[in-house]
Design a protein around this ligand. Structure first.
Ligand SMILES: Cc1cc2nc3c(=O)[nH]c(=O)nc-3n(C[C@H](O)[C@H](O)[C@H](O)COP(=O)(O)OP(=O)(O)OC[C@H]3O[C@@H](n4cnc5c(N)ncnc54)[C@H](O)[C@@H]3O)c2cc1C
Length: 511
């Protein structure tokens, strides 16, 4: 068995014969002695020649083949011990799948609607300027990642087995390429079907889904939790996974009211920058872009005044979407289809914020950063609709009002506004330094053809629901497992899914 690297032009895929010949060279044998081979990783390298770099494993005809990863089997949990899972985002869904593998029955309570009904409510944000506070871009089956770019890369590989997540996604309909691509992504056209297939699997095994079930109260009676929903239904179980995501303000408020421990957590806030994708392709492919190449991505980071300013959730060939969860705020995020073929590239450009940056909010205790986030989001709602205040990039940095605005992918519309005055000064002053700085890394990035829109504020949770590092239960609430992004233990689709798996495993272990 031998692992080896192989480079090939980006226009075509290598043939089986070419890969076999490369494997034979790597193993020092004749091609006919190659028993088999498998691509383990594939990454695009555009630094000089534009090539794909493959990392493969090959074995001789007298060797056992490379062992494929095997997903643990699902069990019939119809009559098993129930575990209440609040929230059906990546953390809740993958926790539920893991519970089923461990012989426990998930009862999923989700405030939003099923993934298909949800689309109609999202359309209303643009058409009727109305946000359903339980069914929108953040809330509903599949959680915040369902209508997104579906980027699947994560730095949390060390925390859990990313293969379990990727192999399940493939089982439920994702393309197998996500198993090998260095920067895998799914796209908003593929995600709803995957989310639906996950539901079918959970229900087939005996798990339960309850939509339009916003959890409003949690009470402990003896050994058991009693969970009450907005529709009057209630559910009982010894263990509860709380995976409500970073936008479930009401859950943080419930904890605060009950005096249950919460912590303020640093997060990041800023704007979305939108460029023509053709410009980003030109920069990243050094003028050598060809239509067979994927839309170029970018990732930028710098330090200003001792705080990080960085790109977040970059969507090549994507569009901007209104991701507010109430009718008083304007919040933006990005999504794209699997082909990433819109004419725009957008990314959040955000600054880290720590409690020390906002002394005037200290009076809100653990909710200080949440209240700050809410105030910024509200200050961006300057029309009766969800139009985003916007400004050209160089005008923004030079404190000049834009004479006009370029076209944008943001269907809710833009309104020409002095963002340099509207954003909190300490955020603005870091952003205005960062944009020209980014131009040093990506020549042409700092341009008035780019649009700045506000605000991007849902980068990660501004609150942590602290848990015991050993038992993963809330510090003082036995049987309650804060999980995923809303609890402050993950950020992004894959790391939230991994956190769901870790928590479900722990419940099975402590059973
Ligand atoms: C438009 C958009 C694009 C994104 N793009 C990407 C991307 O490309 N890649 C990436 O890695 N990440 C992306 N993200 C972030 C990613 O979606 C989140 O990190 C991830 O979904 C967090 O998973 P989670 O399960 O912890 O929480 P969530 O996905 O937020 O799920 C929480 C669930 O809990 C439900 N809920 C909340 N309160 C209650 C309650 N009281 N009762 C019952 N249910 C409740 C919500 O309705 C929701 O379904 C994007 C987010 C958005 C909004």
């Amino acid at each position: 068995m031998k692992e080896f690297d192989f480079t090939y032009n980006a226009k075509n895929s290598p043939s089986k014969e070419e890969l076999t010949a490369a494997a034979a060279r790597a193993m020092g044998c004749a091609p006919k002695r190659v028993g088999g081979l498998k691509i383990l990783k594939r990454s695009l390298d555009a630094r000089k020649e534009i090539v794909y770099r493959y990392h493969l494993v090959a074995w001789m005809d007298n060797e056992a083949p490379h062992q494929e990863y095997q997903l643990p089997p699902y069990q019939d949990v119809t009559n098993s011990e129930p575990v209440i899972v609040i929230g059906c985002g990546p953390a809740g869904m993958f926790a539920s799948l893991r519970l089923i593998m461990s012989g426990l029955k998930p009862i999923i309570l989700e405030r939003g609607k099923d993934v298909h009904a949800r689309k109609f409510d999202m359309a209303k944000i643009v058409r009727e300027a109305f946000v359903d506070e339980d069914s929108n871009f953040c809330f509903g089956e599949g959680g915040a990642g369902t209508f997104s770019d579906g980027k699947l890369y994560t730095r949390s590989n060390k925390r859990g087995d990313i293969r379990e997540i990727l192999h399940q996604l493939v089982k439920f309909g994702a393309d197998e390429s996500i198993l090998v691509d260095a920067h895998p992504h799914l796209g908003s056209d593929k995600l709803p079907r995957i989310v639906e297939n996950i539901r079918n699997q959970i229900v087939e095994c005996g798990g339960e889904y309850h939509f339009s079930s916003r959890v409003t109260d949690l009470q402990k009676n003896g050994d058991e939790w009693n969970v009450t929903c907005s529709n009057g239904d209630s559910y009982k179980a010894k263990n509860v996974i709380l995976a409500t995501g970073h936008s479930a303000k009401d859950i943080y408020e419930l904890f605060d009211r009950n005096g249950w421990e919460l912590q303020a957590k640093g997060f990041a806030i800023g704007v979305r920058a939108e460029h023509p994708q053709a410009l980003i392709n030109k920069i990243q492919y050094h003028d050598k872009y060809q239509s067979y190449l994927p839309a170029a991505e970018y990732s930028l980071v710098t330090q200003v005044e001792g705080r990080g300013v960085f790109s977040f959730c970059m969507c090549p060939g994507g569009i901007l979407v209104p991701s507010s969860t109430d009718n008083q705020s304007v919040v933006l995020n990005g999504m794209s289809n699997s082909a990433r073929n819109s004419q725009w590239a957008n990314a959040g450009i955000v600054c880290s914020v720590e409690p020390g940056d906002i002394p005037e909010y200290q009076k809100f205790g653990a909710l200080s950063l949440l209240r700050f986030q809410q105030d910024v989001e509200r200050s961006m709602k300057i029309t009766d609709t969800f139009k985003a205040p916007a400004q050209r990039m160089m005008d923004f940095c030079r404190r000049i009002e834009s004479k006009n605005l370029p076209k944008s992918s943001y269907a809710a519309g833009t309104v020409n506004a002095p963002l340099h005055e509207m954003l909190p000064e300490f955020i603005y002053s870091r952003l205005r330094v960062a944009f020209p700085e980014f131009n040093r890394k990506m020549k042409g990035y700092y341009t008035n053809d780019a649009l700045i829109l506000a605000c991007e504020s849902r980068t990660s949770s501004p609150v942590r629901i602290p848990r015991d590092p050993e038992t993963l239960q809330h510090l003082s609430l036995t049987g309650l497992y804060p999980c995923g992004e809303g609890a402050g233990y993950s950020g992004g689709i894959v790391s939230s899914a991994i956190d769901g798996v870790i928590v479900a495993q722990k419940i099975a272990e402590l059973r």
